[in-house]
Design a protein around this ligand. Structure first.
Ligand SMILES: Nc1ncnc2c1ncn2[C@@H]1O[C@H](COP(=O)(O)OP(=O)(O)OP(=O)(O)O)[C@@H](O)[C@H]1O
Length: 250
């Protein structure tokens, strides 16, 4: 197993409150780790530390063999892309989809200027949007379509790790399903390495290879998906699972 990311004893404090308490975790390349836990357990804080948006008080991250320091290089930023619950946080409302994708492709020198249009169309096709979408603005799309654009933007820079923080929670149930299906297709086609955060165990079941459970800033269990849903190890995991009346099938 090749390790894509190592989280080594990461601690984050907000004033006197410990939001993350010595988190230690490994993400295997080309797999999806589903991070689950109740509201306030620290899932988003961990995602933000990994994405470089928060500097931890203690601990370090290794991307492959490379330590990620306090100030990341442009190349390191490119390697870890994040998709948020609300797609609007990563889409400039004054830019067309063409501009949004071109900016990412050119800033990180993914393709030459002459290849931007071709690559942008490929990206839209990957997320199952029409090429005509290129000249439209984010507000002209539905929430589910906007999330697809945010996914295309994140994928455009060819990251080695994609973090999805509750990417379907703000969407209608019917749309949630189609976006989850898109994640499935992308996993299969692109062999993504992904950290997928959700408080919804049905969603975690649908996308994960490995499940990690957080509670009050601590990691209480890391288990294969198959084991977790049949034989959870930790008492708290059993509580989480028993609180789900029937596992929704995605
Ligand atoms: N900037 C901040 N300042 C102070 N406390 C914070 C800050 N950000 C988060 N917290 C606290 O840290 C804890 C963990 O928050 P976090 O958002 O990581 O949890 P979460 O598991 O992602 O929750 P949710 O599922 O509701 O998004 C919470 O108690 C939260 O109130």
């Amino acid at each position: 197993m090749e390790v894509a990311l190592q989280v080594q004893d990461i601690t984050v404090r907000y004033g006197g409150f410990t939001a993350l308490d010595q988190i230690r975790l490994e993400l295997a390349r080309h797999t999806t780790l589903g991070l689950v836990g109740e509201s306030g357990s620290g899932k988003s804080t961990l995602a933000r530390v990994i994405a470089g948006l928060i500097t931890p008080d203690e601990g370090q991250l290794l991307l492959g063999a490379e330590p990620l320091g306090k100030k990341r290089s442009k190349a390191q930023h490119k390697q870890i892309q994040m998709i948020f619950q609300n797609p609007d946080s990563s889409l400039n409302p004054r830019h067309t989809v063409r501009q949004i994708l071109a900016e990412a492709l050119l800033f990180h020198r993914i393709v030459e200027r002459s290849q931007v249009e071709r690559r942008s169309k490929e990206l839209l096709s990957r997320v199952q949007l029409d090429a005509k979408s290129l000249d439209r603005y984010p507000h002209e799309f539905s929430g589910g379509q906007r999330q697809r654009i945010a996914i295309a933007r994140a994928l455009s820079v060819e990251p080695s790790l994609l973090i999805a923080d509750e990417p379907t929670s703000a969407l209608d149930v019917s749309v949630q399903r189609s976006v989850l299906e898109l994640f499935h297709t992308l996993q299969a086609e692109l062999n993504l390495t992904m950290l997928f955060i959700s408080h919804d165990l049905g969603v975690i079941h649908a996308v994960s290879d490995t499940v990690a459970v957080m509670r009050q800033g601590q990691l209480v269990e890391v288990n294969s998906k198959d084991e977790f849903f049949v034989r959870p190890q930790h008492e708290y995991s059993r509580e989480l699972l028993s609180a789900v009346p029937k596992m929704p099938q995605y």
